[in-house]
Design a protein around this ligand. Structure first.
Ligand SMILES: [Zn+2]
Length: 106
């Protein structure tokens, strides 16, 4: 069970963006990194492809290491650690360590 999945809200706990929150756009599973909306924006230069797509500089999110973000519990609103719980059906779920509520996602 992954602690952070796509569409989670996370809080950055270290680095330049410390204290900011954002939504997880993508989890790079093999690299243990996540891409978070509006966090760690970097400028990328793009080449013109056509008249409709002129080249230029676009801003795009770069990934951050999964250890530098913490899940914000949708139930209690606190940045929290999760543990894995199990439903009666056998399905594994994440459980908030602060409020003990089940956190859905993925
Ligand atoms: Zn909670």
């Amino acid at each position: 069970m992954r602690s952070i999945v796509k569409n989670d809200t996370v809080k950055v706990i270290s680095g330049n963006y410390k204290g900011k929150t954002g939504k997880v756009i993508k989890v790079l599973v093999e690299k243990d990194r996540v891409i978070v909306e509006k966090i760690r924006m970097v400028k990328r230069h793009t080449k013109a492809r056509s008249a409709q797509q002129p080249g230029g500089i676009i801003e795009k999110e770069a990934s951050v290491h999964i250890s530098s973000v913490m899940l914000v519990c949708p139930k209690c609103g606190k940045p929290t650690r999760t543990r894995t719980g199990q439903l009666a059906s056998g399905k594994k779920v994440r459980v908030c360590s602060s409020c003990e509520e089940m956190i859905t996602g993925e």
